[in-house]
Unconditional design. Structure first.
Length: 290
């Protein structure tokens, strides 16, 4: 049996393709909690808290037992096995022959990230395969309780980390489509406006596509969002990236040094202010008097 957690919670028999998708929110939450902690015993109190939170029904223990019975029958219909063990301490999924799509995702993601420094091409393949396991939001429809919510948050964070590693691998390719990568990263930064690593990757994609001014604009946008939403300045990695872009290739004098560009920017600002001042004077009523 394989339990699917990277999207709507389901049970799958890989041999036959038979599936069981719990129909109600309580059944999804119960299967999700047991699958996340498969092989370990979850007490009745923990499962009651997972299903009903701070407002359990008067006969919560009996209601839980009824849900356990329905879930047991539903899983049995998939492959003819009894997957839920019951004991004095609580309930558990028998974990000896069970896995999850999240296990496969994590294994491929870890292997891809470890391979990235030495073999970006292979790393990209592994990372794409890991992300292909996703079908929707983690533990979709089952993440209302504490156990499933914590796991959903962890998996969502790892998914973002994996996506970042994939874009890093893609950006190392000599024939990378920097325009397409920049468009994808623009979407991701909009979805995750305080994720500094995504801004960093977007700046790289734009810069390597010959769009340095836009890359510097991304830094300004990131700085404003971080200050507005978190009250912090960009971290050292993002500051180093903007300094690197300002510095430009040493062999290309057209980009100059960071200090020279900053000095030039300050001079332009002073000249602009002086032009505005002169314009106001010329437009004043007594500008040409006498």
């Amino acid at each position: 049996m394989e339990f699917l957690l990277l999207g709507p919670v389901e049970a799958l028999d890989p041999r036959t393709g038979a599936r069981s998708a719990p129909s109600g929110a309580k059944q999804r939450a119960l299967l999700g909690a047991l699958a996340v902690h498969r092989g370990r015993v979850l007490s009745a109190d923990r499962l009651i808290d997972e299903l009903w939170g701070d407002a359990p029904p008067a006969a919560a223990t009996g209601a839980l037992q009824a849900h356990i019975g329905r879930l047991r029958r539903s899983l049995h219909a998939v492959d003819g096995r009894d997957h839920i063990a019951t004991g004095p301490a609580g309930y558990r999924l028998r974990g000896t022959a069970c896995g999850t799509d999240a296990d496969t995702f994590e294994r491929l993601s870890a292997e891809g990230r470890a391979t990235l420094p030495t073999d970006p091409v292979r790393a990209a393949d592994l990372l794409r395969r890991s992300l292909a396991r996703w079908r929707g939001a983690p533990l979709e429809g089952a993440s209302g309780g504490r156990l499933c919510a914590a796991e959903a948050d962890r998996l969502a964070e790892l998914r973002l980390t994996t996506q970042e590693a994939l874009y890093e691998a893609c950006l190392t390719r000599p024939q990378a489509d920097h325009g397409a990568l920049a468009r994808e990263l623009e979407r991701l930064t909009a979805d995750h406006p305080t994720r500094e690593r995504l801004y960093d990757l977007l700046m790289v994609a734009l810069c390597r596509g010959g769009r340095r001014a836009e890359a510097l604009g991304v830094y300004d946008r990131a700085r404003h969002r971080l200050r507005a939403e978190l009250g912090v300045e960009p971290g050292p990695a993002l500051r180093a990236r903007v300094a690197e872009i300002l510095e430009g290739p040493a062999e290309n004098p057209a980009y100059g040094t960071a200090a020279a560009l900053l000095d030039l920017g300050g001079e332009i600002a002073r000249l602009s202010a002086r032009v505005e001042e002169l314009t106001r004077c010329l437009n004043s009523p007594g500008a040409f008097a006498g």
